[in-house]
Write a protein that binds this ligand. Structure first.
Ligand SMILES: Cc1ncc(COP(=O)(O)O)c(C=O)c1O
Length: 404
């Protein structure tokens, strides 16, 4: 008789966003006249830009013509896109990354979930707490996390690195040395980041202790401060200890289009075994490439006009972030993030739990955010608002919060 992967049964029942959706639906049903403003889920709302739309149309036409039709894409991505990524995201920033170290994919979520397949089950992973849940859940599925303690809301075999106001949202080196360290900067959910000098310390730590860093830079485009690295490869020595994951979702609005990439440097070796070769093998076996049409759209993001449009898009959301951040501060709340990321992370007032504040805000302001505790135990008493809505709604939500 067949057997299932019982690690799936260890995952705690409900998912954060389905819980939120249920609560919001129940509230709307009970209050059909009330207008709810959703600043909860990290999904973009602005349409695709002109350069991207033009590239999509052109590529669709090519697919309808026998002379220009394309079948399976190369597993690792078309050269036109890998070259553009290499030039704009790495060479331009002084990073010594080659185009063939870039693996194009259908997004950062898949890559950050799939990458754990390359590693033995007995690796000890470390994550920031709070954390983007995919890193933890995918490792649970891979049998790497031990058992879940529902009282502590922690997995027995994961090393948690609290990032809270107390340590300025900068993770400290854990007491127990991990094997694999997940870092995400600018950070989801806290909207905070660390400086390049602080990231360099993590790179040095990883190289010294034989750790691998999986660096999620999905929000790189939102960096506004000079001393923050756009890529971990800006740090010396990162090529021997780090994999970087990127996305087109948040810079170019591709959440529904799907495109991302992962960089695995050739120098990255574990006991002489090349992780680049392993990831290439994995891609070749399990992935048939991101669609041609979408890769052309990705290429357009790197055109001069495309880059200008990205700046405008990011500028739009960051203006929302400023509106929310300043508005919350004016309302006397303790606020973090929102400077290098489209997330605003606030302390709940009056020691409310994250879920108490969620209910309070929904019922009294008809505004939906995300309870910080949903991202890990150190997220308790925090709350996340996103800047991905419209400016009008961001302003309206803040007016409502100020009037509470
Ligand atoms: C930290 C982080 N990584 C990855 C993703 C997913 O990116 P993608 O849309 O490319 O799958 C998200 C989405 O919210 C995210 O917050």
């Amino acid at each position: 008789m067949y057997k299932i992967n019982t690690n799936y049964q260890k995952l705690p029942g409900s998912y954060l966003f389905s819980n939120i959706a249920k609560k919001v639906a129940a509230f709307q049903e009970a209050n059909p006249d009330k207008e709810i403003i959703r600043l909860g889920i990290g999904d973009v709302t602005r349409p695709l830009t002109n350069s991207v739309i033009d590239a999509l149309h052109k590529a669709v036409d090519e697919m309808g013509d026998a002379d220009t039709f394309r079948g399976y894409a190369p597993d690792l991505g078309y050269d036109f896109l890998r070259d553009a990524i290499c030039k704009w995201d790495y060479v331009r920033r002084g990073c010594d990354i080659a185009a063939d170290e870039i693996f194009v994919s259908d997004g950062a979520k898949s890559d950050s979930g799939n990458i754990q397949e390359l590693f033995a089950t007995d690796n000890k992973i470390a994550v920031c707490d709070p954390v983007y849940p995919v890193y933890v859940d995918s490792n649970v599925m891979g049998g790497r996390c031990g058992n879940y303690d529902s009282t502590l809301e922690k997995w027995s075999d994961i090393i948690y690195m609290p990032t809270t106001a107390e340590n300025g949202f900068v993770p400290e080196f854990p007491k127990e040395t991990p094997d694999i360290i997940y870092l995400c900067f600018p950070n989801n959910p806290t909207g905070t980041t660390i400086t390049k000098a602080q990231l360099q310390e993590w790179v040095d730590y990883a190289n010294k202790n034989g750790c691998l860093i999986i660096y999620d830079a999905a929000y790189e485009a939102y960096i506004s401060e000079e001393d923050v690295a756009h890529s971990i490869y800006e740090c010396e020595g990162a090529k021997t200890c780090a994999i970087e994951i990127r996305s087109f979702s948040k810079n170019a609005g591709f959440t529904g289009v799907r495109l991302g990439f992962t960089v695995v440097p050739k120098e990255l070796k574990c006991d002489g075994v090349s992780l680049h070769d392993m990831w290439a093998r994995r891609h070749g076996t399990k992935f048939n490439g991101a669609p041609y049409i979408i890769q052309r759209a990705g290429e357009a993001v790197y055109s001069e006009a495309g880059q200008k449009e990205v700046q405008e898009l990011v500028g739009y959301y960051m203006n929302n972030a400023k509106t929310i951040r300043e508005g919350l501060k004016d309302a006397g709340l303790e606020v973090y993030g929102g400077v290098n990321a489209p997330y605003i992370w606030m302390k709940t007032p009056d020691k409310m739990t994250s879920w108490e504040f969620f209910d309070y805000l929904l019922e009294n302001a008809c505004v939906v955010g995300t309870p910080g505790s949903g991202f890990g135990p150190s997220g308790e008493h925090y709350f996340r608002l996103t800047a991905f809505g419209t400016l009008e709604n961001s302003k309206k939500a803040l007016e409502r919060i100020k009037n509470l």
